[in-house]
Ligand binder design. Structure first.
Ligand code: IFL
Length: 463
């Protein structure tokens, strides 16, 4: 077992500076009518949904500037991605006619028997998860059947590997696989959807497959307790030396903890605690007083890259969830400063300078995700206030003629808009905002478990 360093030891390894906590430059509202802000989020979601219905019904993603649409999984073959991602958010917002129209479309039109390659990770978190949460919301058995049908197709990607590490792509019709060079996120983000599917169908094979893939990588941790982020589904070996908390690894760590919360799997809990302790000890570094988690060599701990993406913000919330709240607040403060400096957190920064590494951003939800997870821990109003800043900045910069869009350039004033609403917008940030501001009656916040895509896997009232 890897010994967890105590907090003082961890902080000294991060540079010895006192915990910055939630300090930082943003001016937070002294009082806010949270119910009114929640109603505003609902109105914006309904407005965007109406445009999706008018211009992109059944398509994967709407392009909200031009009013066109685009496929996400398989070129020219749409799977109603945004619609499926929106379902449980519609339910929570009590937009019941819209929810039912979406469910009716899924039942009548969504068919996975397609001769095309789909990315296994994205298909699971977005579609399997979306169908399962919609099923939990309304109890319709057809939604569960569809989730099972799709998961069975994805299982072929696990079965083809001698180590049970899923290939990145699977042909939904034939079960052919491709792209064995994969990463921790893409081999280790199945346990909650597959575990829930197993509970609902009585078939433990799904969770067993998900956990086997995670264990394979965990068994290869270095003496420092770190894993490299890149791994090969055929050889079973790491293909890089870079340990990362960020893209290519992020949701692996979330699903260790979520498996404990969802299923009481104590082994997964221990792994989560060990992995996060190793991150704090060997990856947490201070630059200009701020805590960041750059890539390091998984055996030596030497820094191998100085970028950090906006997606890495999830870790602030996860640290709070596993009982490392001080470090979680500390990391959130780094992103809070980026939000204050740039209004929209850059897609990627160089941690040594705090400067953006590019101009575009992907309409990202992770800051609000972290705030929600920290707020659920102690209900500190400052997390809601920080989330309100995030919401208002998005409204100011990303609202287009037919919905909300990614940005092409955050350095100009006004910022230049792109022309795409990613599917996760319908499932993630609008749900995080609404949960925090409106405290909706269809969700028991004390029981809530969200997937990495923010699909509700537990916590519906009456569910
Ligand atoms: O699809 C989202 C999900 O949270 C994930 N990766 C990135 C997306 C949002 O930025 O795991």
């Amino acid at each position: 077992m890897i010994r967890s360093p105590n907090r003082r030891h961890a902080l000294s390894l991060m540079g010895g500076t006192a915990v910055a906590g939630l300090t930082g430059p943003p001016v937070l509202a002294q009082s806010e009518d949270w119910a009114a802000l929640g109603a505003d989020v609902k109105a914006e979601f309904r407005w965007a949904w109406d445009h999706y219905v008018d211009r992109a019904w059944g398509k994967d993603e709407i392009n909200p500037v031009s009013g066109t649409s685009q496929s996400f999984f398989i070129d020219g073959h749409d799977l109603g991605l945004s619609l499926v991602e929106a379902l449980d958010t519609l339910w929570i917002m009590e937009l019941d006619d819209e929810f039912q129209a979406g469910v009716d479309w899924v039942k009548a039109r969504l068919d996975f028997d397609i001769d095309g390659f789909a990315q296994v990770f994205e298909t699971n978190i977005r579609l399997v998860g979306g169908l399962l949460s919609a099923h939990l919301a309304c109890g319709d058995p057809v939604l569960l059947d569809k989730a099972k049908d799709l998961a069975d197709r994805l299982m072929k990607a696990f079965d083809a590997s001698p180590h049970g590490l899923p290939y990145r792509y699977v042909n939904l019709k034939t079960g052919a696989v491709r792209d064995p060079e994969t990463n921790l996120a893409e081999i280790g983000t199945y346990a909650t959807e597959f575990g829930l599917l197993g509970q609902l169908t009585g078939e433990p094979k799904y969770y067993a497959a998900a956990k086997r893939a995670m264990k394979h990588a965990l068994d290869m941790r270095s003496d420092k307790g770190l894993m490299a982020a890149n791994i090969h589904a055929e050889t079973g070996q790491f293909t890089s030396r870079n340990a990362s908390i960020d893209v290519y690894a992020d949701s692996f760590y979330e699903y260790l903890w979520d498996s404990w919360e969802m299923f009481g799997d104590a082994e997964m809990k221990l792994w989560a605690e060990e992995c996060l302790a190793a991150m704090i000890a060997h990856q947490g570094k201070r630059y200009d007083g701020r805590l960041w988690f750059p890539m390091v060599d998984y055996e030596t701990g030497a820094v191998t890259g100085t970028s950090q993406t906006v997606l890495g913000g999830y870790l602030a919330g996860l640290l709070g969830q596993v009982g490392r709240r001080a470090e979680g607040d500390d990391f959130l403060a780094s992103y809070t400063e980026m939000q204050a400096r740039y209004t929209i957190i850059p897609e990627s920064i160089d941690v040594t300078t705090g400067l953006p590494r590019g101009k575009r951003t992907g309409l990202r939800p992770e800051f609000a995700d972290a705030c929600l997870n920290l707020w659920l821990g102690d209900r500190d109003e400052r997390y809601r206030a920080l989330t309100a800043l995030h919401y208002r900045a998005m409204k100011e910069t990303s609202k287009a003629a037919y919905g909300y869009t990614s940005l092409a350039d955050i350095t100009t004033r006004p910022m230049a808009q792109g022309d795409n609403c990613p599917g996760y917008w319908w499932s993630e940030q609008m749900k995080y905002y609404y949960l925090m501001f409106a405290e909706p009656k269809r969700v028991d916040l004390g029981k809530l478990v969200l997937s990495t895509e923010a699909n509700v896997l537990r916590g519906f009232v009456g569910g």
